[in-house]
Ligand binder design. Structure first.
Ligand SMILES: [Zn+2]
Length: 133
């Protein structure tokens, strides 16, 4: 897979980096099932982000390049918010709108969380909303 590097925000380097397009062979050597998937990797810190690989634009990054720590809090966030909107108590879009409002951004996407502080804040907000809704 060869493509020009892409400028992406890297949470590990705390700034924009020239990310390199690689395959799962490089990011997950022991996961054969992921070997054909595209990832954008920061060669400075070694962190990487996956792509919207199921879409037509299969190398479009999911968001910024997270650190393992941010990645793990993001998955905690999904564990809290996904059951809320899947229950039908509130729509997904509406829930994301509420989170955006509370944390003070125009639009909220879990993949765009770019610091551990923000990740922990969203997790706290999500838990509060989960209890309130
Ligand atoms: Zn980096």
């Amino acid at each position: 897979m060869s493509r020009a590097p892409m400028k992406l925000y890297c949470c590990g380097c705390k700034g924009e980096v020239q990310a390199r397009l690689v395959t799962g062979k490089e990011t997950y050597p022991h996961r054969r099932d992921l070997h054909d998937l595209p990832f954008w990797r920061c060669d400075t810190c070694g962190n990487f982000v996956g792509c919207h690989h199921k879409t037509k634009d299969r190398t479009r990054p999911l968001g910024c390049i997270p650190t393992p720590e941010i990645k793990s809090v993001r998955s905690e966030i999904h564990k809290v918010i996904d059951p809320i909107w899947k229950s039908g108590r509130v729509g997904r879009r509406e829930l994301y709108g509420m989170i955006a409002h509370v944390i003070g951004v125009d639009e909220y996407h879990t993949a765009n969380i770019n610091s551990i502080d923000q990740a922990n804040e969203v997790l706290r907000v999500a838990k509060d909303l989960g209890a309130a809704l």
